[in-house]
Design a protein around this ligand. Structure first.
Ligand code: SF4
Length: 439
């Protein structure tokens, strides 16, 4: 039987989709090729912004239109937070919340009889209060789509409730994979031939605090460092207050942790940070970035910004812009504020005009390109180790790879180098997203 799987959103959603695909494959299902009809369509939705919810609805309708006889299952964060809205889309058979996503393969297989999935008369909802979930649901996957650097989900949920964020309502409280399972999962990825994995979660810095006995993220990294289960480990994202000096020093001195820190700032204005319920100030953030740079000048420091929060004045926006401008930041992710139903910020009265948000995001993105080009040009003439990825660069046809400090490098070379770590001398900046180099 054939399945189709559409995934929207973050690294955690992609990990969970990879695990569902693997379970179905182990049960003898085959992924439907492009334009091939599927017997089962799973849409793993996202609701982090209004746009993501809209794209989720579009993906559901597209799957139903393209596979009129298929069994349609909608899951993910949008299914967890807005099942009643999704129910209105005709043609859906199951709506399954994040609380039960890990059970989807077994539910589908249990409905199977003589190669036919028994359809419920009307859409069935499997949806529990995710804030009650206390244990981490391990969804094992020895691959993550066709990524050369698979994500590994080791933590789920968040206890923070930043005023703009819908995630805690969709993902529940913070829950962690036990450290011994983290190591086993990394070893499985190594056995499957991978050289790097990206540790990911919803609130990674809170890893381990919920376990019994409790541990913490530094404890886990130390454990991994001592066990050396794979060549490279990348940390996907970590909150400013949880990036301790001991983590920075361990990552800096260890040759298996990638020289790359991705840190959400959101705003560089203290009043806006307060309204967001972010637990730090702009000066705390400044000192953190300067400390990383002093300890590790070649590290890539990536920063998330959320632009256009209600009440963000021109001066407040300039505070964010100037803070970033003066800091040794390698790249930026710029997100426009999007009011999420059910969050406090959605009810704030001083919402900004979409055009103002758009213009500020544009200005921020231009700064991001400038920072990235400056960071990239620092490495011209230097030799770096590049993990060569499966896919070649579309524009140049060259091999494409990633360094420990998140440089995208395009060396000339043959396909047998794919999924190897090759030494490359950087010739020049290609564009704002890549460097050209020679093996
Ligand atoms: S830390 Fe804040 S922004 Fe991040 S997932 Fe939790 S509530 Fe959302």
């Amino acid at each position: 039987m054939k399945y189709a799987l559409t995934t929207l959103g973050c690294k955690v959603n992609q990990c969970e989709s990879a695990a569902m695909a693997q379970s179905l494959k182990e049960a003898g299902w085959v992924r439907a090729q492009r334009n091939e009809m599927a017997d089962l369509c799973i849409i793993n939705t996202c609701t982090v912004t209004r746009k993501a919810s809209m794209q989720s609805r579009q993906s559901i309708r597209k799957a139903i239109r393209a596979n009129p006889d298929a069994f349609i299952v909608v899951t993910g964060c949008y299914a967890q937070t807005e099942p009643d809205i999704i129910k209105k889309i005709a043609g859906i058979n199951y709506i399954i919340g994040n609380s039960d996503k890990h059970r989807i393969p077994e539910i589908i297989i249990s409905l199977l009889s003589s190669n036919k999935i028994n359809r419920p008369p009307s859409p069935l909802l499997i949806h529990n209060d995710i804030s009650r979930s206390r244990s981490f649901k391990h969804m094992p996957a020895s691959a993550c789509g066709n990524r050369t650097r698979p994500f590994l989900k080791i933590q789920d949920g968040c206890d923070d409730f930043c005023t703009y964020c819908i995630v805690p309502y969709a993902r529940g409280r913070s829950r962690s994979m036990p450290p011994e399972n983290v190591l086993k999962s990394i070893e499985q990825l190594k056995k499957a031939g991978y050289r790097e994995t990206v540790l990911t979660g919803i609130h990674l810095g809170r890893y381990g605090l919920d376990l019994s006995p409790p541990t913490d993220f530094f404890g886990l990294l130390k454990h991994i460092h001592d066990a050396r289960p794979i060549e490279r480990i990348r940390i996907s994202s970590i909150e400013p207050c949880e990036l301790s000096e001991e983590i920075i020093r361990l990552v800096t001195k260890s040759d298996i942790f990638c020289n790359h820190f991705h840190i959400p700032l959101q705003s560089g204005d203290d009043l806006v940070l307060k309204k967001m319920h972010r637990p730090y100030t702009s000066s705390f953030f400044r000192e953190l970035i300067i400390k990383i740079h002093q300890l590790n000048p070649d590290a890539a420091i990536g920063v998330d910004t959320l632009i256009g929060f209600p009440g963000e004045t021109e001066a407040a926006f300039e505070n964010t812009y100037t803070l970033i401008e003066k800091l040794p930041v390698a790249y930026l992710h710029v997100f426009p504020f999007s009011p999420r139903e059910g969050t406090p910020a959605c009810r704030y009265t001083d919402q900004l005009h979409p055009q103002v948000i758009k213009a500020r995001c544009q200005k921020m993105r231009e700064l991001g390109i400038d920072k990235k080009t400056k960071f990239y040009s620092k490495f011209t003439g230097k030799s770096v180790e590049v993990l060569i990825e499966e896919k070649r660069d579309v524009k140049t046809g060259r091999l494409k790879g990633i360094t420990s400090n998140y440089l995208t490098v395009l060396p000339d070379g043959t396909d047998d180098l794919k999924n190897t770590i090759a030494k490359v001398r950087i010739d020049k900046v290609n564009d704002s997203d890549s460097l050209l180099g020679k093996l």
